[in-house]
Design a protein around this ligand. Structure first.
Ligand code: NAD
Ligand code: TDX
Length: 332
């Protein structure tokens, strides 16, 4: 199979490209990525010279670029997105452009060029905060911030193309991922790297918000399965099955890093902060998937990875990054 992966230079995308090249020797991958601040060619330097891999720098909102990249492709996996909730509170424009209009551009090109499959990567955040129980694929979408509202827009547009044009769309909505190559603005890599530097860990609000954590390699395996076995027009939740309050997660990170809990620093809450996400993942489990990594082991592997890869994350935590966060949450 010849795949076009968009956003393949980001966190999940780079792990997914590596997974496909290793798991499917007959497959090849074109990676179309704009290389925003979150896209980093270093994430894929180990496969850069693989003859089955090709990188194209470009924007999924550019119809010409997208049509060119789609030539001869059997399936598209759309990972390209603006992804950080805090940034969407300050600069929502780019979220609407990429996460809605970018999806539209891909859908139009897939429809016109009759590409056999488009797997669109959505998120658990589209269901909004879930106080009790777990979200099922048929539940209404109630996004509560500009990021999740933009993702819901792209998600619903993809389903509408299936309904109206039978564009062969499949969707995954996964819970919070963690693991190697995650940009250190998301909570786990931010807290690990701050802990390494004995810097404060800025915990929003009362620290009791709950996320359902999924190791990135387990998500890659699920995406791969849905890509090959998922039914057109269907949505598949991918949940890690490990729900934990942020304060508990923070203590675990500090313990693994060998740093004191005095580094935990309560800061003002994120506006509109969703209290809890929780996914019912029975549907993807029925397709044959289950997470293979235990949360505690995967978190320890992740902490060890960041400790060993300072050369990867240090440049990302300078300049623009510090200025950005100082504006939103105060200096850190
Ligand atoms: P990321 O921010 O690490 O990477 C996003 C990538 O998309 C970057 O390489 C960036 O350069 C690229 N990109 C952004 N705008 C683009 C554009 N207009 N054209 C082409 N490329 C563009 O994101 P991630 O965490 O790897 O997330 C990947 C996907 O998974 C996203 O769709 C996200 O919504 C979804 N998701 C992420 C999580 C998570 O916990 N990280 C959970 C559920 C769903
Ligand atoms: O400094 C912080 N302090 C803090 O307490 C940061 C960055 C986060 N948090 C909290 C907010 C959340 O409750 O930690 C939790 C996780 O925050 P993020 O890592 O920003 O993730 P979240 O907002 O849950 O969204 C993530 O999961 C769904 C991804 O960023 C999205 O792309 C994905 O769709």
């Amino acid at each position: 199979m010849k795949l076009l992966v968009t956003g393949g230079a980001g966190f999940i995308g780079s792990n997914f490209v590596r997974h496909v090249l290793a798991a499917h020797p007959e497959d090849s991958v074109v990676n179309l990525d704009k290389l925003t601040y979150a896209g980093n060619p270093a994430n894929l330097e180990d496969v850069a010279h693989d003859p089955r891999y090709r990188f194209v720098q470009g924007d999924i909102c550019d119809a010409t670029v997208v049509r060119d990249a789609l030539k001869g492709v059997d399936a598209v996996v759309n990972m390209a997105a603006c992804t950080h909730v805090d940034r969407s509170l300050m600069e929502p424009d780019e979220f609407l452009r990429t996460d809605v209009f970018g999806v539209f551009t891909l859908l139009e090109a897939v429809r016109e060029l009759k590409i056999p499959r488009l797997l669109h990567i959505s998120t658990d955040e589209v269901y909004g905060s879930v106080e009790r129980g777990s979200s099922r694929e048929s539940d209404p979408l109630r996004p509560s911030n500009p990021y999740s509202a933009s993702k819901a827009g792209g998600d619903l547009l993809a389903l509408a193309y299936w309904q109206t044009h039978k564009t062969p769309v499949v969707i995954t909505r996964s819970s919070n991922n963690f693991g190697p190559y995650q940009y250190p603005e998301k909570v786990i890599p931010l807290f690990i790297t701050n802990a390494v530097d004995d810097q404060p860990l800025p915990l929003y609000g009362d620290g009791k918000n709950v996320r359902d954590w999924l190791y990135v390699l387990d998500n890659c395996a699920a995406i791969d399965l849905v890509l090959r076995k998922g039914k057109e027009g269907e949505v598949y939740n991918i949940g890690g099955g490990h729900e934990v309050e942020n304060i508990v997660l923070t203590r675990q990170i500090l313990k693994l890093a060998g740093k004191p809990e005095t580094l935990i620093t309560p800061v003002k809450d994120r506006p509109g902060h969703d209290r809890r996400y929780s996914l019912d993942a029975k549907k993807v489990q029925q397709l044959g998937w289950a997470p293979r990594h235990k949360f505690g082991d995967a978190l320890a592997t992740t902490v060890a990875w960041y400790r060993a890869r300072e050369a990867w994350w240090r440049p990302l935590k300078s300049g623009e990054f510090r200025a950005y966060y100082a504006k939103q949450y105060g200096a850190r």
